[in-house]
Design a protein around this ligand. Structure first.
Ligand SMILES: Nc1ncnc2c1ncn2[C@@H]1O[C@H](COP(=O)(O)OP(=O)(O)OP(=O)(O)O)[C@@H](O)[C@H]1O
Ligand SMILES: Cc1ncsc1CCO
Ligand SMILES: [Mg+2]
Length: 257
């Protein structure tokens, strides 16, 4: 499905997206998903997963502020999504910072996410390669992680997206790049986490590779538009939400290469 048609469908369908994300990202990501045209719900109690995940169009899992009860919810939600053929997205935030987080990310990856999204350092480390990640921030180039993305895609049957100055997307066979956006984007916390949540919304609407590509393009188009009006990271964030809502379906093709 073309990105143009996916954005139209997203706004028509307003899919419900189950987001298990971190404390930092919850508000930012929910506003991003709403502005883009979908309906986010941040739900993480283990007691609620069995009832809630199956009624959603997609699930997104982000380990940014991981702890044991949340990990149990993530595993249960991924299991429920797989059982019902509900697409789900994994965001392995800073998984290399501790053995605990590393293991949690590997266990979730073994559940074969529909889409895996991370920055270059996260994708490199997930494939067992040495990277220069600094907590939640990337220290590696997107180009350096492309091989890792391809091998993860093949091994786990996932669509893999690396975000950065130019985003890269692969399913192990197909590849795409998405340019644009602004250097102000990594200066706002949790925009990557929000990209993950938006990928869930698109994945509820169409095939995984096309959905991830449309979500990447939507962010780059909105980021470029917001940067024209912003005076710094603070006002960028406000303009970015407006720009996500104002992005037209026909705008998306321009940033995809
Ligand atoms: N230098 C840049 N120029 C343009 N766009 C960028 C740049 N760096 C990142 N982006 C965009 O910013 C968004 C977030 O990507 P990033 O790689 O910073 O995620 P992240 O490191 O996972 O973020 P976080 O963990 O803070 O949520 C993506 O849409 C990406 O395309
Ligand atoms: C800053 C930060 N710390 C843990 S999660 C998070 C949000 C960006 O990933
Ligand atoms: Mg991140």
């Amino acid at each position: 499905m073309a990105p143009h048609d996916l954005l139209t469908a997203l706004r028509d369908q307003n899919p419900l997206v189950h987001c298990i994300t971190n404390y930092v990202a919850m508000n930012v990501a929910a506003n991003v998903v709403l502005a883009a045209g979908a309906s986010p719900a941040m739900v993480h109690a283990p007691e609620e997963i069995a009832e809630f995940t199956p009624v959603c169009g997609a699930l997104t899992i982000n380990i940014g502020t991981l702890s044991a009860p949340w990990q149990a919810s993530m595993v249960a939600a991924a299991t429920a999504a797989n059982a019902q053929n509900i697409p789900w997205v994994l965001d392995p935030v800073a998984h290399f910072i501790s053995d605990y987080r590393k293991r949690a990310a590997q266990l979730l990856l073994a559940q074969r996410p529909t889409i895996l999204r991370g920055n270059a350092s996260e994708i490199l480390a997930l494939a067992g390669e040495a990277g220069a990640g600094k907590g939640a921030d990337s220290g590696d180039s997107v180009e350096a992680a492309q091989g890792a993305a391809k091998s993860l895609a093949t091994q786990f049957g996932s669509v893999v997206a690396i975000t950065g100055p130019v985003d890269y997307l692969t399913d192990g066979t197909r590849e795409a790049q998405v340019s644009g956006g602004s250097p102000l984007m990594p200066q706002i916390t949790a925009l990557g986490c929000s990209q993950t949540a938006l990928m869930g919304a698109y994945a509820a609407t169409g095939p995984a590779f096309d959905a991830a590509l449309a979500a990447l393009a939507h962010f780059k188009v909105a980021g470029s538009a917001a940067a024209k009006r912003a005076e710094g990271p603070g006002s960028f964030q406000v303009h970015f939400l407006d720009a996500l809502a104002n992005t037209q379906p026909a705008d998306l093709a321009q940033v995809i290469g």
